[in-house]
Design a protein around this ligand. Structure first.
Ligand SMILES: Nc1ncnc2c1ncn2[C@@H]1O[C@H](COP(=O)(O)OP(=O)(O)OP(=O)(O)O)[C@@H](O)[C@H]1O
Ligand SMILES: Nc1ccn([C@@H]2O[C@H](COP(=O)(O)O)[C@@H](O)[C@H]2O)c(=O)n1
Length: 223
């Protein structure tokens, strides 16, 4: 890996990984890599092509044609599959409900992890905040800052529910718990691995959570 300073952040669904990581990256002048977007984009791609995401052989066979690009500038975030911008579409509850079944396939994980390592190594900023489920343990276990960002399930569900409307808001808590259960069978993100710092935002507001991340990074950089 290159000399880029990696901040690795993992956590369960709705713990604030993307919003906090993006804001911390902006404050630090770092790049930002949302790894969940790759799994979501693959789920979107398969769904769009009418491929059954539960058919492991078909999912693996689809990987070579999956053209994926993500913006790592926190001010210009985008996600592309081929020439289609899917930045918003991959956040839909429908895709959230499909994503775990593709993320459980080891060949998918190897494929996207190679992409992530390439993106990290080619970053032109002094550092990069990388968030997901297995960043502190698998993608960047040697990162100088490793954080497990968490919050109680009730608080996470309430924050996620507040973003949604209609039926999706009502079912947000159940959907979030279901996804965590499925993802926990594949990666460990509910408890911190050795050397990983737990940041519990249950009783912290958004600015205080960002400040806690930035403070950890500055301390590690002796700033
Ligand atoms: N400390 C906080 N206080 C209040 N709201 C917060 C805090 N942290 C995050 N949020 C809000 O919680 C919601 C969920 O955050 P976010 O989407 O970043 O989580 P996530 O971990 O990336 O979720 P997912 O894994 O489902 O993509 C957002 O509306 C975000 O603004
Ligand atoms: N490192 C990662 C990141 C994500 N996943 C899977 O992708 C889904 C979407 O992630 P979000 O962070 O956008 O919620 C997540 O539910 C996991 O299935 C992963 O396995 N590893």
């Amino acid at each position: 890996m290159s000399n880029v300073f990696v901040v690795a952040i993992d956590g369960p669904a709705g713990s604030g990984k993307s919003s906090v990581s993006k804001a911390a990256a902006k404050q630090l002048g770092f790049a930002y890599l949302d790894t969940g977007a790759a799994y979501r984009a693959l789920a979107w791609y398969l769904d769009d092509a009418g491929v059954d995401g539960s058919d492991t052989a078909l999912v693996i066979a689809s990987l070579p044609a999956f053209e994926y690009r993500i913006g790592t500038d926190p001010d210009e975030y985008f996600v592309l599959v081929g020439s289609t911008e899917v930045t918003e579409a991959i956040r839909e509850p429908r895709i959230s409900a499909l994503v775990s079944q593709v993320a459980r396939v080891p060949e998918v994980r190897t494929f996207v992890n190679n992409l992530f390592r390439t993106i990290i190594a080619s970053s032109e900023k002094p550092g990069i905040v990388v968030e997901g489920r297995d960043i502190t343990t698998v993608v960047a276990p040697d990162a100088p800052v490793r954080i497990l960002l968490t919050a109680s399930e009730e608080v996470r569900a309430a924050r996620r529910g507040a973003e949604l409307s209609g039926d999706a808001a009502k079912t947000a808590a159940a959907a979030l718990a279901k996804r965590d259960r499925a993802d926990s069978a594949v990666t460990e993100f509910m408890t911190a691995a050795e050397g990983v710092d737990t940041l519990d935002s249950t009783h912290l507001d958004f600015p205080a959570t960002i400040a806690a991340v930035v403070e950890r990074v500055n301390r590690a950089r002796n700033i």
